[in-house]
Design a protein around this ligand. Structure first.
Ligand SMILES: [Zn+2]
Ligand SMILES: [Zn+2]
Length: 423
């Protein structure tokens, strides 16, 4: 296979590349990148006019639900959804059934991925056995089995001495510790953001403090241990001064948010809309503005989907019984590019939040638009509009408040080694 993409905007945040030019792919590798490539040999031409070409997205926060909840998603369907979203690498969270708290589960996930995954899968293992917050898992054995980080995502490790030991242990092994920041003693029973809306709907609210208390404690422990901490899915404005302080202190941390926290507000759940029930909950206009400012300032430098599929069994029920979470793999790029449209981020900065920085968290080399490297890149039309429908969604689950809405920005194709997918 020889393919020449002509006249695309070539973007690589890791190489700081932003130019209009041509890209030649040969036998699954990037053969040449240049302003103009002339070739006399037989080649298939793809017009890159109006298209962005950038390396595959690295989504470090995904729930693939396998093993144990395959009616919601599995490794095949979840990675297919990722591929359609321009994501070529996914890190999958360990709150499966059984949880990924032992090497056998890590190995199982990697074996399944080798057999049926469309993109590369990086398993995250549990911090504590059974995610019970009591006893640490065996990080060394888990890492040897292929785990790329540890997290009790879905739960916070509330015992500070256990979290401190986890950070020290992870530091020795250079494993990132990914924290789901939620002080459950404050958020217990909470359904949506605490405020006028929760009072109106008669639902128990979750205030900012349950998140920010957890963020601050974890930052203090990272300061003390100098261990690599990653803060998942930040949602409230009260975190921001503490993130700024932590940067100034040189604490080794990274912070993540998800498109739903800079796209939606709590208004989405009005009318008891379970598809917008997510943890942490959607917040207020002020929080959305603050999260965007934090992205602009570089305090939050990772964007991940927190793709959390649920079937109608868990969602088409009474609000208080419905599960938390929404799908996100296929909307990550269109929603994130709104930040560029609004003038908050340049395309390269945005892509560094989606490719370079998440790779740093996982301690992997990011995919790059580099001559000689394996083809792993995306063709993206930033202008094309499309309507979100159940039929178009590749994920097994359709739990998103975006159904019926129009999005701008469409993944047109993905090149991955010898494989090429055009959508
Ligand atoms: Zn979480
Ligand atoms: Zn999650």
């Amino acid at each position: 296979m020889r393919v020449l993409i002509k006249g695309a905007r070539l973007l690589d945040p890791t190489l700081n590349l932003d130019m209009t030019g041509d890209l030649l792919v040969e036998e699954g590798h990037i053969k040449a990148i240049s302003r103009k490539i002339e070739t006399s040999e037989a080649v298939e031409l793809i017009s890159g006019e109006g298209l962005y070409v950038f390396p595959g997205i690295v989504d470090i926060h995904v729930h693939l639900r396998e093993p144990g909840e395959e009616w919601k998603e599995d490794i095949e369907s979840g990675t297919r959804a990722a591929l359609h979203g321009g994501i070529t690498r996914v890190a999958c969270m360990p709150n499966t059934k059984p949880p990924n708290d032992r090497p056998e589960v890590t190995t199982y996930i990697l074996e399944q991925a080798r057999e049926k995954a469309w993109v590369k899968v990086y398993p995250i293992a549990c911090i504590t056995k059974g995610q019970e917050g009591k006893e640490l898992t065996e990080f060394g054995r888990l890492k040897r089995a292929g785990a790329c980080g540890v997290s009790d995502d879905g739960k916070w490790v509330s015992d500070s001495s256990i979290m401190k030991r986890a950070l020290l242990y992870a530091k020795q092994l250079d494993l990132p510790v990914i924290s789901h920041c939620e002080d459950h003693s404050l958020s217990r029973g909470g359904q949506i953001n605490e405020g006028i809306l929760s009072a109106k709907l008669g639902l128990r609210g979750v205030s900012f403090s349950s998140e920010t208390i957890a963020v601050v404690r974890d930052l203090l422990l990272a300061k003390e241990t100098k261990a690599p901490l990653h803060l998942a899915h930040l949602s409230v404005k009260e975190n921001i001064p503490f993130l700024r302080w932590a940067k100034e202190e040189g604490i080794p941390f990274s912070a993540e948010t998800c498109p739903h926290y800079f796209t939606f507000t709590e208004k989405e759940v009005d009318g008891y809309n379970t598809s917008a029930k997510v943890n942490p909950p959607l917040r207020t206009d002020e929080d959305v503005i603050a999260i965007k400012e934090a992205l602009k300032e570089g305090l939050i430098e990772v964007i991940a989907s927190d793709h959390a599929p649920h079937s109608p069994l868990e969602k088409d029920i009474e609000f208080e019984l419905a599960s938390f979470g929404m799908i996100g793999l296929e909307f990550l790029l269109p929603l994130s590019f709104n930040l560029v449209r609004e003038g908050l981020l340049t395309p390269l900065t945005l892509l560094s939040y989606l490719i370079t920085n998440p790779s740093k968290v996982l301690r992997i080399e990011p995919p790059m638009l580099k001559e000689g490297s394996l083809a792993e890149f995306v063709l993206f039309d930033p202008e094309e509009e499309w309507e979100v429908t159940e039929e178009k969604i590749q994920s097994k689950s359709k739990n998103t408040p975006l159904l019926g809405r129009r999005l701008k920005g469409k993944v047109k194709g993905v090149f991955l080694g010898n494989k090429r997918y055009l959508f």
